[in-house]
Design a protein around this ligand. Structure first.
Ligand SMILES: [Zn+2]
Length: 408
């Protein structure tokens, strides 16, 4: 790690505890000394099967401070059955439900908690729509640090439960995610907190790009043709683009023609709206209304950057209704045995829509990001499943229940 660089004015700073540009207040990002990093494909054969296998491209100096629960190196499933059903040549699912706390947020959390420890912070916390709460709380528990989680009061019970069981104090803010975010930011200086996605943010976001590092490695060291990414703040999509560029620069992949496709729920789709209206500005949504709570961020912090990347990569942005999201969840579960949270339902619904509209042509390859487990959102998904068939314990009552093949 060389420096922190302002995303707007380009001014560089020493990689310390600062998190916004001192000149223009824009976000900062980590810059690596790419010339000094020598990485070859063969290096990775014997490395640990976690995201720390890419430690040269992660912002931790003191390796003894790494808080590792085994996040990353999740499966990339080859989904032929679903590909046939949808009518495309190749479909892969990157399954980040297989992470220590069952969402991709374990990636930024392991990096951010490690960095907070390296900085010598005594208290850690986060602002969360749910998944980050559990990820931060679990890594804080492993590090032995007290953890404070700011959430909007209306998030799913299972997500609150998961964060609370790791010992975090849950602060439910009577307001939206954006209001919880503002409050947490104000608490940083007042109480000396390391809020992973506020004042540790430049380091925190670095964890997410490991998702695309793994995809490239799992595809045999190449970038995918298309990747569909769910968007809340837009940060994951930006991280994926950044990861691809870094792998190119270092020479681990040879070409980069990936189309980056952004997916949002219709009830909170400010980035998609800007894309479709050919605007460069994002108009925040005051009251998000969607079952995809993890994407209910009305004022997406990285929205304008995500929009730029989608256009630069020749990609597209699309949204899905609550009904389509539930259908998407079922589509993936019934055909591939993977149970996603509503955010992944958004990804699947958008995939289906774009194939039907011809935006993704039938001879293409697509990778879909499934960012969290459906168990976290069981209250919402319960509505969409059929009730169990109740019978008496009598053989004759099974009649007509089974699909019988007449030709046998
Ligand atoms: Zn600046």
């Amino acid at each position: 790690m060389k420096a922190l660089k302002c995303r707007e004015c380009g001014k560089e700073f020493l990689p310390t505890k600062i998190y916004a540009c001192e000149h223009c207040f824009a976000p900062l990002e980590v810059i690596y000394d790419m010339d000094s990093i020598r990485l070859y494909r063969g290096f990775f054969k014997n490395r640990p099967r976690t995201l720390w296998r890419y430690h040269e491209l992660l912002p931790i100096k003191d390796k003894t401070k790494i808080v590792d629960l085994g996040a990353g190196y999740t499966p990339l499933h080859n989904c032929d059955r679903l590909a046939r059903k949808l009518g495309i040549r190749k479909l892969y699912i990157k399954d980040d439900t297989i992470n220590p706390t069952n969402s991709f947020k374990d990636r930024p959390a392991t990096v951010a908690v490690s960095k907070a420890l390296e900085f010598g912070f005594k208290n850690i916390g986060c602002v969360s729509t749910g998944n980050l709460a559990a990820a931060t709380a679990a890594h804080a528990a492993k590090a032995g640090m007290p953890c404070y989680v700011f959430i909007p009061f209306d998030i799913e019970m299972n997500k609150v439960l998961q964060a609370a069981i790791y010992g975090a104090k849950i602060i439910a803010v009577k307001g939206t995610y954006d209001e919880a975010n503002r409050l947490a930011a104000e608490a940083i200086d007042e109480y000396g907190l390391a809020i992973v996605n506020v004042n540790i943010r430049p380091y925190y976001v670095e964890g997410s790009k490991t998702l695309i590092f793994e995809i490239c490695e799992q595809l045999g060291w190449r970038a995918p043709d298309n990747i569909i990414v769910p968007m809340g703040s837009g940060a994951l999509l930006c991280s994926i683009w950044r990861g691809l560029k870094q792998f190119m620069e270092i020479g681990l992949i040879n070409g980069l023609e990936t189309r980056i496709i952004g997916a949002q729920p219709e009830g909170c789709s400010p980035i998609v709206k800007a894309f479709k209206s050919n605007l460069n500005d994002i108009f925040p949504i005051e009251k998000p209304r969607t079952i995809a709570k993890s994407l209910a961020i009305g004022d997406p912090g990285d929205g304008i950057y995500a929009l730029k990347i989608i256009r630069e990569s020749n990609g597209v942005a699309e949204s899905a209704s609550d009904e389509e999201i539930l259908e998407g969840i079922k589509l993936l579960a019934e055909n591939e045995g993977i149970f996603t949270e509503p955010a992944g339902g958004v990804t699947m619904a958008v995939l289906k829509k774009l194939i039907e509209s011809g935006e993704i042509s039938r001879d293409e390859e697509v990778v879909c990001c499934i960012t969290g487990s459906g168990f976290k959102s069981s209250e919402t998904i319960l509505e969409a499943i059929p009730k169990p068939i109740e019978i008496n314990p009598l053989l004759k009552e099974l009649k007509n229940l089974f699909e019988v093949n007449d030709h046998e």
